[in-house]
Design a protein around this ligand. Sequence first.
Ligand code: NAP
Ligand code: MG
Length: 405
Amino acid sequence: MAKIKVKTPLVEMDGDEMTRIIWAMIKDKLILPYLDIDLKYYDLGVTKRDQTDDKITTDAGNAIKQYGVGVKCATITPDKERITEYKLKKAWPSPNGQIRSILDGTVFRKPILVKNIAPAVRNWKKPIMIGRHAYGDIYKASELVVDKPGKVEMVYTPQDGAEQRVTVHEFKGPGVVMGMHNTDKSIRSFAKACINYALSEKVELWFSAKDTISKKYDAHFRALFAEEVAARQSEFDKAGVKYRYLLIDDAVAQIMKHEGGIMWAVKNYDGDVMSDMVAAGFGSLGMMTSVLVSPDGKFEYEAAHGTVKRHYYEHLKGNATSTNSVASIFAWTGAIKKRGELDNTPDVTAFGDRIEKAVISCIESGIVTKDLVPLMDPRPAKHQTTEEFIDAVALKLKQSEPVHA
Ligand code: NAP
Ligand code: MG
């Protein structure tokens, strides 16, 4: 069979530890035998980041800006221990955080569903995607412990114009106080990225906040979100996608009764809490993908989990591992399908679907890694090693090759 031609280059970012091992297997066994693709390769492994004084991370982010689509392996965010372990010059910042700020992007998580793993929430039948605003609010707040009676005020001193003051509280005794902020620019970028992703996935878009109580702060989020949606209304109509605003407590109650297939946009803290709840509800970290979307429609796909360090150390000792590669495979298929969509090359998109079908068909026939066994009904008698699972997917993929007359 001739290889399928991918028109525009794809930005590939390699990573660390167990996921780096998986990465090479996916590329060699599932991607390169089938695609004629120009991969712009950036090694974001921690050693290379250290050697380049982290310039390589900035280069990778700029390459996604240029080509529009990237796929990234999990990477180490160094802490003190890692500096010693890898003899690093310093604790380089998180590559994900840096790429997020280069693209001004928002991260969406999407679970991969299979028939023989039931979500903990019985009603969930389709993915629930969460878009978390990743700037401001309590994550950039100023806090103060008040230890005696006194008045706390908020003061706004405009560059030109009159000072404004509001009383936060007249303390009669000790207490605490917090001041937080957000910016219109960040809220609008967040809304735009959520809109891009909902339109791209063709799913209903929810935004929820607490504007009945926070009549200025949360009401401002709601109003800006509504303005951004209104500016794109014709695209919503064309795609048959609806937008709903819900109060956060109403949204939480409704999500439990909902069958899924929605994109739920939430403020920073709500996203922190709700994304972990939804991930746990769907099952395993090894089955959760993640995509970074920028307000101007650039996409970066990756697995939601880390480099699976514990398994890597087993691997280094020469022991067999059973690490789930599904989220990493789906990072590749997400990027390939998006490339096909943007390039208008349906055969590329169809190939991405073919890999996904091969993965799902393996799992649904009981071919799985160890992490999935306790979640399955019926439980398979045995599990596969890391490489056996990828080989099983490669075989199914080969068998699914379309036959041409
Ligand atoms: P992790 O890689 O998410 O793994 C934590 C544990 O979750 C594993 O030990 C394993 O549990 C289970 N697990 C996660 N992914 C799995 C998979 N694909 N298959 C099977 N089990 C899986 O977190 P970590 O090991 O604590 O962190 C390692 C490094 O990852 C850190 O240096 C951190 O900076 C980095 N990290 C990177 C990203 C990213 O690049 N996006 C995200 C998070 C963390 P068992 O040990 O019980 O089998
Ligand atoms: Mg959290």
